[in-house]
Design a protein around this ligand. Structure first.
Ligand SMILES: *[C@@H]1O[C@H](CO)[C@@H](O)[C@H](O)[C@H]1NC(C)=O
Ligand SMILES: *[C@@H]1O[C@H](CO)[C@@H](O)[C@H](O)[C@H]1NC(C)=O
Ligand SMILES: *[C@@H]1O[C@H](CO)[C@@H](O)[C@H](O)[C@H]1NC(C)=O
Length: 291
């Protein structure tokens, strides 16, 4: 019924400036979401570089980027909805009607007492619109990059898997390995001396059948393959896993500052114009293409 009245009202006053509705809302929301894909990619690349530095063997950026994919996927899934809500009902209110449903004097001009959602008003308040889009984007991204979200868990799993598969490889081939091993052996030795007994007896008889292997090599393999002695290695790898986990947490917390950097934010982004996330001329022209 109300819809019918609206239609009648619109057709009765042909000169009425249209509110941004339908295609206008969808188009403008999509324009911001899509323009933000580049600064988001820049921020993610920055995070990928840090993840690469965090991991043993420093995987290349593309590989590190693939670990962040769940974050990007989750962001894409909810970006449109969040952006539309942040821009339209939250700030720009469709038609310029007051609480009584009347259009105040001077409306729908941009400076009318209520902020209307007309294209002219969106252009007039462009600095506000620009900030809303930025604020919404970084809040969404940062919320997803917080421990506890599905996206975060998936990123963490990918990164931890990468860290542990690298140490598996190392365990089999690497020349760096003996250093890790000797740490473990020291731990075992200390345990023995402190009387904990947890490491005692390891290696007794487990070297059988390996007589042809040089003796140092035999000892190496004993410590790694003997199930009893694997206990000894746990603290070393566990500590490393904790380091990767907490390192990842601080990297994920960079989502917001890195996006700010990509946008040219300087801590006063509500007023500084976000030089690289403004797209002012193109956006204004696009907004005004709606009636
Ligand atoms: C931003 O969006 C506007 C409107 O769709 C478009 O004209 C412009 O090319 C976009 N700019 C960038 C850098 O994506
Ligand atoms: C920024 O975005 C958050 C999350 O959507 C919202 O709660 C907050 O009110 C916004 N701030 C401004 C100034 O728009
Ligand atoms: C912002 O854009 C300018 C011009 O395109 C570019 O030279 C500059 O590197 C960009 N800044 C950031 C932080 O991306």
């Amino acid at each position: 019924m109300q819809f019918l009245f609206t239609l009648l009202a619109l057709s009765a006053v042909p000169a009425t400036v249209f509110a941004c509705e339908g295609d206008c809302i969808v188009g403008i929301t999509n324009a911001f979401v899509s323009n933000y894909s580049n600064p988001i990619r820049i921020a993610m690349t920055g995070m990928a570089h840090q993840i690469s530095d965090l991991l043993p063997g420093q995987p290349d950026t593309e590989t590190a980027m693939s670990y962040l994919q769940p974050l990007l996927t989750a962001y894409k899934k909810q970006a449109y909805q969040g952006m539309e809500k942040a821009i339209f009902p939250s700030y720009f209110h469709g038609k310029c009607l007051d609480a009584q449903g009347n259009e105040p004097d001077g409306c729908p001009n941009p400076d009318c007492p209520i902020v209307c959602g007309t294209p002219g008003s969106l252009v007039h308040f462009y600095s506000q619109l620009r900030f809303i889009a930025y604020n919404e984007t970084f809040h969404t991204l940062q919320a997803l990059a917080t421990p506890g979200t599905d996206a975060y868990q998936q990123v963490e799993k990918a990164v931890m898997d990468a860290a542990s598969s690298h140490s598996e490889r190392r365990r089999s081939y690497s020349r760096i390995y003996p250093r890790v091993l000797s740490n473990a052996v020291n731990v075992a030795h200390n345990n023995k001396n402190s009387g904990s007994g947890s490491g005692s007896g390891t290696g007794s008889g487990s070297g059988t059948g390996r007589n042809s292997v040089p003796s140092t090599r035999t000892r190496t393999e004993d410590v790694v393959t003997n199930p009893a002695s694997s206990k000894i290695l746990v603290p070393v790898f566990l500590k490393r896993a904790q380091d990767v986990k907490s390192g990842l947490r601080s990297i994920m917390a960079q989502a917001h500052p890195l996006l700010g950097e990509a946008c040219g934010a300087d801590g006063a982004e509500e007023t500084n114009g976000l030089p690289n996330c403004s797209w002012e001329d193109a956006m204004k022209a696009y907004i005004l293409s709606f009636p």
